[in-house]
Design a protein around this ligand. Sequence first.
Ligand code: HEC
Ligand code: HEC
Ligand code: HEC
Length: 123
Amino acid sequence: MKRLAILALFALFCGTASAEVTVPHLDIGKGGHCVNDPKFMKINHGDLLKKQRTITVHQGVIGRYSLIKCVNCHASRVNNSVLGTNSNFCQGCHVYAAVKIDCFECHSSRPETVSETLTEIGK
Ligand code: HEC
Ligand code: HEC
Ligand code: HEC
């Protein structure tokens, strides 16, 4: 039921974008509640993530829009990642929307704890 509702939501958001391209059935991952309203997130997440990066790098705080949090919750239970197939959350929608991001060249696309990440980057 929940899954159906989410797919319906997605179709609603993306339905007007292009009639020809098939909307991917995104694997949203763990579920629960997003860090903000999904409609708001859909429109603003790119800017929010880039702002969060600036804040974190300058002030050293893990904020509401930490990329680690997105990955921890949105990684698929099938392949434990937000990337890999066009059902995977970040990849699926970006392929559909023809958006390219380089974030995962450095950031992990798989869940890990904040402390693990900070250790990796030498904090
Ligand atoms: C605790 C889990 C959780 C976290 C953390 C989380 N999300 Fe979400 N997010 C969800 C769920 C569940 C949805 C599904 C939509 C709904 O609730 O209707 C969602 C929806 C979204 C959507 C809209 C998808 C669509 O199809 O329109 C985007 C974009 C999004 N999240 C991005 C992010 C980003 C970026 C982050 C990190 C800053 C993040 N989320 C953190 C659980 C999470
Ligand atoms: C429902 C569709 C959808 C999902 C899911 C989604 N994105 Fe996006 N993303 C977009 C679209 C469309 C854009 C381009 C418009 C914009 O910047 O908001 C974008 C832009 C971005 C940008 C800004 C790129 C730039 O060069 O400015 C980043 C960063 C980003 N997404 C990260 C993520 C991450 C990380 C995830 C997974 C946690 C994710 N997105 C999931 C649709 C999505
Ligand atoms: C060349 C490598 C590299 C690329 C590419 C990169 N980052 Fe980062 N990013 C880092 C490093 C290193 C840190 C650690 C900063 C810290 O925590 O002190 C960081 C920290 C962050 C943070 C704060 C910590 C967190 O997880 O919340 C965010 C948010 C973030 N980056 C978002 C992005 C986004 C969005 C993109 C893509 C548009 C991106 N980064 C691309 C290297 C990179």
